[in-house]
Design a protein around this ligand. Structure first.
Ligand code: NAD
Ligand code: UFG
Length: 331
């Protein structure tokens, strides 16, 4: 029976589709292309040599979701579909609550009615807020600093309530740290619209000459070189983590959160120098003020995913930078 991938045309979704198809799964993708393009799905087919069904539709539109479930016997859902820009969520909170919360409520309601109770949900390390000790464990205090983060935390709570009410649900809450990199074919990757907010796409666009220089947001944090430290994870490792989570939800019930990170933190300056080394490009940068809302250090304790999902990240920082650059050069 097929696995439904909401948001499967997006950055993490498209890489996960590749890994699922390569592992022999049958998939169906539902996406409204609000932050992606149909071409990504063609590229997934090109990489894997496999075909799959696609539905263009919006998760907040019950008829679109019903349409998929009424025509197919679905075994499990991996739910990527949502809006993800932290700054935009501060400016347009209603749009974020509407899309992310309502989309998930509609999806779960339709799943319930069709008896599909296996779900892998894209949560985020942003549910850990500002106040944590590192490495961050799944039982660390949860708090959020943006409407985007709040949608993730609220959805986690909704899904826990769903499981309390009906313990035949089986749900994995995957808290991603900082996904970067791209498929090594250079055919799929992150394709931000406008000026990127995140570090790696900004760096690759500076290297490509599309942007003049990087603003490094603060060098007075309590870290070794003063710049912010994050747990960057290769998107293909992240995608493979979803397969392990899928296997887990399909073979047990419960609701469990898992950190998907490497367990190692790199500073902004370390990322710049790793990128320069593998690309041979000089990255111009300038130290500026801290970005409001940023924390000094965030990296995962990935032990739970290792012991319970039998997954750990394999790709190092240079491979992440090399694959990000290959994608930028081809794009
Ligand atoms: P993305 O924007 O590339 O992909 C999301 C996909 O969902 C897009 O293809 C978009 O068109 C689709 N979508 C959005 N709203 C939809 C709706 N209402 N109906 C149907 N499709 C819809 O983002 P991504 O980086 O691939 O992230 C995937 C998920 O992981 C998101 O839920 C995001 O919040 C979460 N996440 C991402 C990061 C990150 O840094 N990339 C970190 C933590 C969590
Ligand atoms: N940074 C810069 N200059 C830039 C962009 C970023 O110096 O132009 C710095 C930031 O200050 C931070 C680091 O690079 O220290 C990483 O910043 P990103 O914006 O790439 O990532 P964040 O850790 O701020 O946030 C990301 C996602 C969120 C998600 C979070 C945890 O954008 O959606 O990781 O998963 F919630």
């Amino acid at each position: 029976m097929p696995i439904l991938i909401t948001g499967g045309a997006g950055y993490i979704g498209s890489h996960t589709c590749v890994e699922l198809l390569n592992a022999g799964y049958e998939i169906i993708v539902l996406d409204n292309f609000s932050n992606s393009k149909p071409e990504a799905l063609n590229r997934v087919k090109e990489i894997t040599g496999r075909d799959f069904q696609f539905y263009e539709g919006d998760l907040t539109d019950r008829n679109s979701v019903e349409d998929v479930f009424s025509r197919n016997r679905i075994e499990a859902v991996i739910h990527f579909g949502g809006l993800k820009a932290v700054g935009e969520s501060v400016l347009f909170p209603l749009q974020y609550y509407q899309n992310n919360l309502v989309g998930t409520l509609v999806l779960c309601d339709v799943m319930n009615r069709y008896g599909v109770k296996n779900l892998v949900f894209s949560s985020s390390a942003s549910v850990y807020g500002m106040t944590n000790e590192v490495p961050i464990r799944e039982d660390s205090i949860l708090s959020v600093t943006s409407p985007y983060g709040r949608t993730k935390l609220m959805i986690e709570e909704v899904l826990k309530d769903l499981h309390t009410a009906d313990d035949t649900w089986s749900i994995a809450l995957l808290r991603y740290f900082n996904p970067i990199g791209a498929h090594q074919s250079g055919l799929i990757g992150e394709d931000p619209t406008g000026v990127p907010n995140n570090l790696m796409p900004y760096i690759t666009q500076v290297a490509a000459g599309k942007l003049e220089k990087l603003q490094v947001y603060g060098n007075d944090y309590p870290t070794a070189d003063g710049t912010g430290v994050r747990d960057y994870i290769h998107v293909v490792d992240l995608a493979q983590g979803h397969i392990k989570a899928l296997e887990k939800v399909m073979s047990s019930s419960g609701v469990e959160a898992f950190n998907l990170g490497t367990g190692t933190g790199y500073s902004v300056l370390e990322i710049i120098s790793a990128f320069e080394k593998v690309s041979g490009k000089k990255i111009r940068y300038q130290i500026t003020e801290r970005r409001p809302g940023d924390i000094a250090i965030s990296y995962a304790d990935p032990t739970k995913a290792k012991t319970e999902l039998h997954w750990s990240a394999q790709r190092g920082i240079e491979e992440m930078c090399r694959d990000s650059w290959r994608w930028q050069e081809k794009g």
